[in-house]
Design a protein around this ligand. Sequence first.
Ligand code: ZN
Length: 319
Amino acid sequence: MVIGADLGGTKFIAGLVTPDGRILTRHRATVPTSREFDAVVESVARTIESCYVPGSERPQAVGIGVAGQVDPASGIVHHAPNLRWKDVPFGPRLSARLGIPVVVANDAHTITIGEWRFGAGRGHDHLLCLCIGTGVGGGVIADGELLRGATHAAGEVGHTVLVVHGRPCHCPSRGCLEAYVGGWAIEERVREAARERPEEAAALLARCGGIERLTPLAVEQAARDGERFAREFLDRVAEEFAAGLVGLVNAFNPETVIVTGKIAEGFPEFILRGREAVRTSCQPPASTARVLPSWLGADAGILGAASLARDALPSEAPA
Ligand SMILES: [Zn+2]
């Protein structure tokens, strides 16, 4: 048994996972608001321990996906903006606290591994996984292996440029895909649009209770209910996502693309527009790539991280 876990900027979730990919127990916690390193390590350790089954052997290892730039070999988190961490020895510290090995990886990589080994990408050796949440991350399985890159940062597809001199991003660049379709960007943009066109946005604003309550999820709900301003706004966002996807499919030539994350799950047009754009705008035969929703949702990160932890265990000696 191993633990698989996912550490975001505000939430932490962990589960006890069997070798065949079943999650037996799971617990979640809120990340301490201070984001202070020692406090987060302690909170994460306690949440993991609450997944242990009393009377059973303790798990053999922990795998944990972190939203940020991570070195899986050393367990150091180089840069995690949502946690306000820079160069912290997260893996070694958590391992010392729990007394078992800890494998740390980028969270989009653990989600990709989860979907590849247990979800919608199972059995596919050429896979692109796109995670549209607060930010936009991704992972690539190429020729049956996770593409890691020189600094373990391959797959940061959210920071491919969609618009030259475009909107400022949270990375050093401008005009990135994330700055248009990430959750933080959708929130900024829909509020801007509502300020610029208050008459058109009046019904949406009345429904949500004011501009400060225009969150991506509220806009998605309104769009699903047919509210016109929300619908037109998100149609445009889905079109921008689809344009970004065409470039990524041309670059990586996957057989399957999995679109996951809270924002993507809330608005099916991301999948529909993406599918259509790949079919009509990618270079054949790359245009045959299938675009699918996630099968696993939030469990993909737990299962992928658990899988990486299991890979790192010494293989058993032959009998
Ligand atoms: Zn960027």
